[in-house]
Ligand binder design. Sequence first.
Ligand code: HPA
Length: 272
Amino acid sequence: MQIPENLEQAVAFIKRAHTPTVQVGVILGSGLGNFVNEINVEKEISYNDIPHFPVSTVKGHSGKLIFGEIAGKKIVAMAGRFHFYEGYAAAEVAFPIRIMKLLGVHTLLISNAAGGVNTGFKVGDLMIITDHISFATVNPLIGKNEEAFGPRFPDMSEPYSKDLIQKGKEVAKQLNIPVKEGVYFGVTGPTFETRAEYKMINLLGGDAVGMSTVQEVMVAVHAGIKVFGMSIITDIGIREEENTITHEEVLHAAAEAEPKFSAIFKALVKAI
Ligand code: HPA
């Protein structure tokens, strides 16, 4: 089946630069870039150099594909991701996921910084994503279905692999790192939520809210990639007091929690 030309060109470029067979993809969220220190890096390719690859604009995202190995597993990490709020089309946000698929990725580990909506959460908590609600985000699969990747109407009953959730909980337990579980509520941003919106998200069943992930997951699941997702709770949206939220605060909280997050992701790559 026909692979779209822009993807073919991008993959051909990557394969010329490096001949990777990768099994595991990793997407690093805001403030979580230090995870790359866990990788025995073989090759880095800047997004700018890859034909048709979107370029990230957000502070805290450096913008490159990092190829390497962790515990004998070949991985490709995206340091820097694309958000709908930056002005990319939903399909552009999804582009790198299809690149990963074409490079051989069968398992994708996704991370993000998110606002806590569950009243039992506190800043610095890690939440394994068990499900998501895509709220007012644009579905990246709208348009001609790319049959080479998956069906017109993909099943979404298990967007986050139950098996990987189980493995994630096991490795966290072995590492003695407490983790929460919950539903990630995806919004477009770039505004943080109003107090009324945080309340609404809580009522609708969201445990954490963020501006990424859901579109990437839809494209991954469409392509038959197994997904594991983890949120770092960087602020508590649902609250009584008069505090505000800034991007700096989000980056700071993510960086603080990053060692715990990295330990879990590393152990999970090993366990896959
Ligand atoms: N809302 C939306 N996205 C976020 C938040 C939040 O409170 N924190 C980090 N990303």
